[in-house]
Write a protein that binds this ligand. Structure first.
Ligand code: DGL
Length: 258
C-alpha cells in the first residue's frame, strides 16, 4: 500500500501548502488533518499547542504516513523540535519567511503578520533576531480573529477586510516594502492584502520554498512514489463543519474524532 504524506493544521490554512504539493507531486497520496475542534491555535498556551501537535502527529503515524508536514507556523515555532524527537518520520515545518525580506528590503522596514503565539515563540525570535542587521526594523502585528473569520469563508467576508485595514495601516505608515505572512491561513488573503498595500510592497509567503523542500527531501530520502496508481487525497476534520472554499474536487472529506 502507498504510504501517504501527512499534514496537520488547526484548520484550513495548511491547504494552501497541500494544494501546491498536490499539483507538483501527482504520484503521491496525502492525508490532511484539520484540527478545527481546537481552532485557533494562535492564542492557546505553548503547552496546549504542543499537545495538539503531538496528538495530530501520532494520528498521522497511525494512518501510516511516511512524512509529516506541520502546515502551521504556530505549531512549528512552538514545538517542531519536540515533534522531531518524538515522532519517527521526517517532519517538515513552516516558519515565517523573514529572511528573504531582511535580505531584500530597501526601505529597511518589513512587516510580519502572524499569530500571537508565533510572534512570542523562541524559535521565531531567534530566527528574526539572528538576521536583523543594518538598522532594519521588523514591524510585528498579531492577526487577531483573522483565522476565525477565514475558517468561516473569505468570500464577501467584510470583517476580514476591516481587520486587514486596521492591522496593515501602521505598517504602511512605517513604509514597509516587504510583508511576511506568518500564518498559513493568511496565504488565502493575498489578493485582499494586495488591494490595501501599494504596489511597491511585496508579500512573502512560504508556499514555494516549502513545496521545493518537500520535493527535495522525498528524493534525497528515496521515499517518493514513482507511479500514479491508487492515489488519494483525504481531508479529515474533527470540528462541527469544514469550509470547502479552498478544496479541489478530487479531495475526499470525512469526519473523525481525533
Ligand atoms: N494556520 C496556522 C498558522 O500557520 C494556525 C493559526 C491558528 O490556528 O491560530 O499559524
Amino acid at each position: 500500500m502507498k504510504k501517504p504524506i501527512g499534514f496537520f493544521d488547526s484548520g484550513i490554512g495548511g491547504l494552501s501548502i497541500l494544494n501546491s504539493l498536490v499539483e507538483k507531486l501527482p504520484n503521491e497520496s496525502f492525508i490532511y488533518l484539520s484540527d478545527n475542534k481546537n481552532c485557533p491555535y494562535g492564542n492557546k498556551s505553548h503547552k496546549e499547542i504542543t499537545n495538539f501537535s503531538l496528538k495530530n502527529s501520532k494520528k498521522l503515524i497511525e494512518l501510516n504516513c511516511k512524512m509529516i508536514i506541520v502546515a502551521c507556523n504556530t505549531a512549528t515555532t512552538n514545538c517542531i523540535n519536540l515533534l522531531r524527537e518524538k515522532i519517527p518520520v521526517p517532519i517538515i515545518g513552516i516558519e515565517p519567511g523573514i529572511r528573504p525580506a531582511i535580505l531584500n528590503t530597501k526601505t529597511k522596514n518589513i512587516g510580519v503578520l502572524a499569530t500571537e503565539k508565533t510572534l512570542e515563540s523562541k524559535l521565531f525570535n531567534s530566527t528574526s533576531k539572528d538576521n536583523i542587521k543594518d538598522g532594519i526594523k521588523v514591524h510585528e502585528q498579531i492577526g487577531y480573529r483573522l483565522v476565525n473569520e477565514i475558517e468561516k469563508g473569505i468570500n464577501g467576508n467584510i470583517l476580514i477586510e476591516n481587520y486587514l485595514k486596521k492591522y496593515l495601516s501602521p505598517m504602511i505608515k512605517n513604509n514597509i516594502d516587504y510583508l511576511v505572512l506568518g500564518c498559513t491561513h493568511y496565504n488565502f488573503l493575498e489578493e485582499k492584502i494586495n488591494k490595501i498595500l501599494s504596489k511597491n510592497v511585496k508579500i512573502v509567503d512560504t508556499i514555494s520554498p516549502v513545496t521545493n523542500h518537500v520535493i527535495k527531501t522525498l528524493k534525497s530520502l528515496k521515499i517518493e512514489n514513482k507511479n500514479r496508481s491508487n492515489n488519494s487525497i483525504d481531508i479529515i476534520y474533527n470540528g462541527n463543519k469544514l469550509s470547502k472554499e479552498f478544496m479541489k474536487t478530487n479531495y475526499q472529506i470525512s469526519y473523525l474524532d481525533f
